[in-house]
Ligand binder design. Structure first.
Ligand SMILES: C[S@@+](CC[C@H](N)C(=O)[O-])C[C@H]1O[C@@H](n2cnc3c(N)ncnc32)[C@H](O)[C@@H]1O
Length: 247
């Protein structure tokens, strides 16, 4: 891991015990994760030959996105016994929070850097990958997306869910106003991890535009790349981008 990864994992370790309470303050957080997971599951073909579909939840954190995958799977009328989900996160503290929750069989959590974990997997061995609030944090985004493209089975899907404001003056202004007017002051008042909240602001400000994320997926060989945003202040700020490995 690079020094930057170490610091970030360390910051998430510190935030881990209060992470769920923190995201509970973010309107629509869980509903939007669920929508992203539904977009992923909706693209995934039924696994053949009696094997379980393999899904990676990269940057799974405390398991909110992992839970969203399970819920989306059930909502699509798919048998929970036909799914296995591996949550991968660089922060041991976040994975500890995830592991402390109750999960059905077929769900496991791994403490690892996302790219490092992907490199251990064979070509065409995974049916779906969710990266919720992950890509922005990864130093080598091109490599992460290329590795996802490599491990996906034909017909498999990749969903990226994250803040992205670079492509819109309006979205950049909203993001600056929300961070400087609410998120960072709230972190100060609640004696939360202020540097992590400042990092949230700058990492989103400096992240790819939605168009650039779409290009990244296309460059990795993914097809039918589409994106959507969400209502409210997050319109044009929070996005889900999904693409499929050609069948
Ligand atoms: C904002 S949290 C999102 C957690 C979860 N996906 C959710 O939607 O609630 C981002 C997570 O990505 C993890 N992360 C950041 N960089 C990572 C990397 N290179 N590899 C694996 N995990 C990483 C952090 O430790 C953190 O738990």
């Amino acid at each position: 891991m690079t020094g930057q990864d170490w610091v970030l994992a360390d910051a998430f370790d510190r935030a881990a015990p209060t992470y769920d309470a923190m995201v509970a303050l973010s309107p629509g957080y869980h509903d939007q994760l669920r929508t992203a997971a539904e977009a992923l599951v909706g693209r995934m073909p039924l696994a053949s030959g009696g094997r379980r579909a393999a899904v990676l939840d990269l940057g799974c954190g405390s398991g909110a996105s992992t839970r969203a995958v399970l819920e989306a799977w059930a909502a699509a009328g798919r048998d929970p016994a036909t799914l296995e989900v591996t949550g991968v996160d660089a922060s041991e503290g976040m994975v500890d929070q995830a592991r402390a929750k109750t999960w059905p069989g077929g769900v496991e959590f791994v403490v690892a850097d996302a790219v490092t974990h992907l490199r251990t997997l064979p070509d065409a061995s995974v049916d779906g990958v969710l990266g919720a609030y992950l890509l922005r944090n990864v130093p080598d985004r091109a490599e992460l997306v290329a590795e996802v493209g490599r491990v996906l089975r034909p017909g498999g899907a990749f969903a990226v869910h994250d803040y992205s404001v670079a492509g819109s003056v309006r979205a950049r202004a909203i993001w600056a106003a929300v961070c400087h007017g609410i998120i960072i002051p709230l972190a100060v008042v609640k004696r939360s991890d202020v540097p992590l909240h400042r990092y949230l602001y700058t990492s989103v400000r400096d992240f790819d535009s939605v168009e650039r994320i779409c290009e990244r997926l296309q460059s990795a060989g993914l097809a039918d790349v589409r994106h959507r945003s969400y209502p409210g202040w997050q319109d044009g700020v929070v996005h889900t981008i999904v693409g499929s490995a050609p069948a």
